[in-house]
Design a protein around this ligand. Sequence first.
Ligand SMILES: [Zn+2]
Length: 169
Amino acid sequence: MSANFLERLEYRADIGVHLDETRRYILIRPEAIMGLFRRLEPGPRAAALEAFGASIFEQGSDSARAYQEMGGGGEALVRTVEASAPQLGWGIWEMVPGEGRLDLTVRNSPFAVGFGPSDGPVCHAILGMFRAVAGMVLGGEIRAAEVECAATGAPFCRFEAIRIDEAPG
Ligand SMILES: [Zn+2]
């Protein structure tokens, strides 16, 4: 089984389906997805973004487990996810593992671009996937957040995950 997402991705023209093994993918413009959140008032928008992140976490955990089975865990899982994210059109990911923590920078987040200028971070989808990976890499309970977002004018999106027993307080 190839560790390269695009090599695994199979287009079934007869049924109109893209498949990575049993996992189905669709192509959708980021403006279409993020327009959903833009149309909502701030309260419901925050709740919907949270729910989007939680949903990606659930699906992302499944993908991360599959990646781990293909290529291994820990540093290998980090590298597999870094290699797969751009192939999904999710920008350029750079993850730096540390003691009890994992840091991620993302350039060209489609979610930030798709949403446009924002007062707060909007890349809950990336955070959901990152939370899934960080949980597996760090083990145990973690706290993860998007601490800077290109949608708020930052040069790129920055995420951090900290194992809770390492976090102050
Ligand atoms: Zn962002």
